[in-house]
Design a protein around this ligand. Structure first.
Ligand SMILES: Cc1ncc(C[n+]2csc(CCOP(=O)(O)OP(=O)(O)O)c2C)c(N)n1
Length: 380
């Protein structure tokens, strides 16, 4: 017969455990201790409050343009909680909660989004790559690390993240294909927040879900509620265990929503309705998880207030430390921007560096002159 059906899997699961009203499916609830639940909550809250504070600073001109993470805490925290210190964490740029849990300092965020490359330096012993702004390119790095783990016969697992927009990039396809062909221990987590800046997901793909692409790559895939930290935890736990035991990569699509603009330079009112925002605001992950912790008697009002106060002090201290640091000569010199990209600076950049150096010199000389003329006027 020249033509016959080829049976392929045609279904993927959707997982939700704690719904938007904090109603729980107890049959699916993961077994996490009080301490573990509070750790997850603390990092989600730290990410949220850090994000809010950075926005205030940006509006005051004390922070550069940055992408906010509010709304993405459950995807980041629920997934990262499944890996060990020596596993690998390869973020995009909204996984603040997971990065903080992995050992990044708040200083990393304040420096990085202020344009200081020191923010990308990982603290000692942290097996993470820094934020990756070129969309989807981090997925190739993750696939490569996973392939290296296989070659070295090491049992480390890689978690990597990308957006719905990134899923349309060639890099995403190449990474998923390579990871599958080489059975690399990589868990690909798509934070489907439904928009690539202003482009809604239905305008950049015809398929119903991103998770179903896993079928084509020959790997397990699942879609889950990305605002439900328990669902993300369970979906990732299965994928991490499979990867660690030689079962290769998986694709997880976590459906969520940005509670904020794309970056501080965006105005989402131009492309999202208030009604839509309101609907998703009610589904946001942090309040839902807090309610769950209260219902379980894991968290009390007093304990919550204590954590908030502790986080507030931590953020203030980090902000002050960075503001002091960036006033020092080592950080404040604009010539630094030329000094770290090339070992041997190309002539065109050298010319620009020389021009800027000259400009700074004359500016400094003018400043000194006006100061000393001010002083002599005062003396008269
Ligand atoms: C290779 C590349 N192309 C374009 C951009 C500009 N850009 C920055 S964010 C973004 C949208 C990304 O959308 P998505 O992957 O859904 O992630 P989200 O920002 O929503 O988390 C684009 C196109 C970029 N950073 N890198």
């Amino acid at each position: 017969m020249p033509r016959k059906p080829i049976p392929i899997p045609h279904q993927i699961d959707y997982l939700s455990i704690l719904d938007e009203n904090a109603e729980l499916d107890t049959s699916l609830e993961p077994k996490l201790s009080k301490e573990e639940l509070l750790t997850m909550y603390r990092y989600m809250l730290l990410a949220r409050r850090g994000d809010e504070r950075m926005l205030l600073m940006q509006r005051q001109g004390r922070m550069g343009t940055f992408p906010q993470s509010s709304g993405h805490e459950a995807v980041s925290m629920g997934s990262v909680f499944n890996i060990n210190k020596n596993d690998w964490h390869v973020p995009a740029y909204r996984e603040y909660a997971g990065c903080l849990y992995r050992g990044w300092k708040l200083e990393n965020f304040f420096l990085y989004w202020n344009g200081f490359e020191e923010g990308a330096r990982m603290p000692e012993g942290v097996n993470d790559l820094p934020f990756c702004v070129p969309i989807a390119s981090q997925l190739l790095h993750a696939a490569g690390i996973g392939m290296a783990m296989n070659i070295r016969k090491e049992k480390q697992v890689v978690l990597t993240y990308f957006g719905d927009g990134a899923s349309s990039e060639g890099d995403c396809h190449e990474a998923l294909n390579f990871a599958s062909v080489f059975q690399a221990p990589v868990v690909f987590i798509c934070l489907n927040n439904q928009y690539a800046i202003s482009v809604p997901v239905h305008k950049q793909m015809r398929n119903e879900t991103i998770a179903q692409r896993a079928i084509a790559y020959g790997m397990p895939g699942i879609r889950c509620d990305g605002n439900d930290v328990l669902a993300v935890y369970v979906a990732t736990k299965e994928a991490v265990e499979r990867a660690r035991n030689g079962g290769g990569p998986s694709l997880i699509e976590a459906v969520t929503y940005r509670l904020t603009p794309h970056t501080t330079a965006d105005d989402p009112k131009k492309y999202r309705s208030d009604a839509e925002h309101q609907k998703w605001f009610l589904r946001e992950p942090l309040g839902r998880f807090r309610k769950y912790l209260f219902n379980k008697k894991v968290l009390t009002e007093a304990e919550d207030a204590r954590i908030e106060a502790e986080i507030d002090a931590e953020i203030k201290a980090a902000m002050q430390a960075v503001e002091q640091l960036t006033k020092t000569d080592e950080y404040a010199n604009p010539l630094n921007m030329f000094d770290y990209l090339y070992h041997d600076i190309p002539p065109s950049l050298q010319a620009q560096r020389d021009e800027l150096a000259k400009h700074l010199e004359s500016k400094n000389a003018a400043k000194k002159a006006s100061k000393s003329s001010g002083k002599s006027k005062q003396a008269h």
